[in-house]
Design a protein around this ligand. Structure first.
Ligand code: ARG
Length: 445
């Protein structure tokens, strides 16, 4: 029982939040005349001393004391004697743990937001540097149309922008204080829940005591936002894994984020990117774990809920590492613009531009244009050359309506520059989005 019951091995992470919430609670109890000012002062001094001790020596685990709340209270009794028992007036460990954990998760959300802003900055910086760098754009991982590398990087900026907004939504929704809900039904003591809420920087108290002690939506919101964020990071990581492979050679990963092989000296393995990809599985697993834990729990508190913390703590650690690793990789990776351009030029990636030209200039229906384009691509394949390398005679042998103006759309530069619709890949459009991003991030342009 001792071993299955104890949460101290993991919930000791909450010690600062537990002491902070207790300080808010006892100050309110004194203000309300529920605890004598003199006793409250002893409790406050004792709590501050415990904070110093934990800061210096860490929390010494004692499984008999079950959790962090009992550890703090037990130590407080040693320091101030029986008066320590007054701290627990008008509260229960149920509202206490709900409060502590909310404070912790709120900080985790703020940390994710902060780290993601740094990743966005790295993406925007590299996108600006490479607004004019041309790479093959893919669908089905087949060369489709040439795009700007800056545009490709800014796609990840958009994903991270949504991630940050998910964390911000979750934070706004969770910022209510459960403290004072007590065990499940509230309390008969004349407490002031608005007061403790504002001391703890919550927007106000929660409205229903049963919900207050049994709600873990804030932890689920965090885990779901973290899952989606790590999913984005793992897609970016996968791009780096592919781009760094020798057949692609689009990037050279920085030494700081790759490792050599112990037996194959030519190798530079993208370990950090692979681990970011792998961590997504563990973070999604943590999210699933808590969903399944909470599923079917009747109101109000059940001990199952003690299992809420390990998955959240794990996801937080893994997400922090993943964001930091991707930020470092984005900032330091060496892009090979030459190689990207060569592949963009080799994949008949301007075939669509050619077909569009037939529609626009030769006024053909798109289907017919598509058919002629197929014949032109087949010829180029046969000649082992790019579309721009075909001669006008060769074009006209396929269709007489083609004239020399067609060469103006066959280069990858012309193709990319022509896609100037809002949000398109034309470098000038990419720069419009970069400027917006810089101002949203509060960066100078
Ligand atoms: N260790 C518990 C947890 O983390 C604290 C709440 C215990 N409440 C109770 N009624 N046993 O959930």
């Amino acid at each position: 029982m001792r071993e299955i019951n104890a949460s101290i091995p993991f919930d000791k992470k909450l010690w600062q939040h537990d002491i902070r919430a207790s300080l808010a609670h006892v100050a309110m109890l004194a203000d309300q005349g529920i605890v004598e000012a003199e006793d409250a002062k002893k409790i406050v001094d004792g709590l501050n001393q415990i904070a110093q001790e934990f800061e210096k020596d860490g929390v010494t685990e004692n499984l008999d004391l079950e959790d962090i709340h009992m550890h703090v209270e037990a130590r407080l009794s040693e320091i101030v004697g029986p008066v320590a028992g007054r701290l627990h007036t008008a509260r229960s460990r149920n509202d206490q743990v709900a409060t502590d954990f909310r404070l912790w998760v709120r900080e985790a959300m703020d940390m994710a937001d902060h780290a993601l802003a740094a990743l966005q900055k790295a993406l925007v910086d590299r996108a600006e540097e490479h607004a004019d760098t041309i790479m093959p754009g893919f669908t089905h991982l087949q060369s489709a149309q040439p795009v700007s590398l800056g545009h490709h990087l800014m796609a990840y900026y958009e994903m991270v922008r949504r991630d940050r907004s998910r964390f911000a939504d979750a934070r706004r929704r969770m910022n209510e204080s459960p403290l004072g809900a007590a065990a499940l039904a509230g309390t008969g003591f004349p407490i002031d829940r608005d007061k403790t809420a504002s001391t703890l920087d919550f927007d106000g108290p929660t409205a229903n005591s049963l919900d207050s002690v049994s709600d873990r939506d804030f932890a689920l919101d965090y885990l779901m936002a973290a899952t989606q964020c790590s999913l984005h990071l793992s897609r970016l990581a996968e791009e780096f894994v592919i781009w760094a492979s020798q057949p692609f050679s689009f990037v050279k990963l920085p030494d700081s984020f790759s490792t050599g092989s112990s037996i194959m000296p030519q190798k530079r393995n993208p370990d950090a990117a692979e681990l970011v990809r792998g961590h997504c599985g563990r973070i999604a697993g943590a999210m699933t774990a808590l969903v399944i834990t909470m599923k079917g729990l009747p109101l109000a508190y059940s001990k199952d809920m003690q299992d809420d913390k390990p998955p959240v703590f794990e996801a937080h650690d893994l997400l922090g590492l993943s964001i930091a690793a991707m930020t470092g990789m984005v900032a330091e990776v060496e892009f090979s613009g030459q190689r990207m351009r060569a592949l963009a030029e080799s994949g008949y990636s301007t075939a669509t531009d050619f077909a569009d030209w037939l529609v626009r200039e030769a006024k053909l229906p798109f289907r017919e244009a598509h058919h002629i384009t197929g014949a032109v691509v087949a010829l180029a394949e046969d000649q082992n050359c790019s579309l721009a390398d075909l001669t006008l005679e060769q074009f006209q042998a396929i269709d007489k309506r083609i004239d020399s103006d067609v060469f103006s759309v066959l280069s990858v530069d012309a193709s990319v520059a022509s896609r100037s619709s809002y949000g398109g890949t034309a470098p000038d459009q990419v720069r419009v989005q970069i400027a917006k991003a810089r101002s949203a991030l509060g960066l100078e342009s």
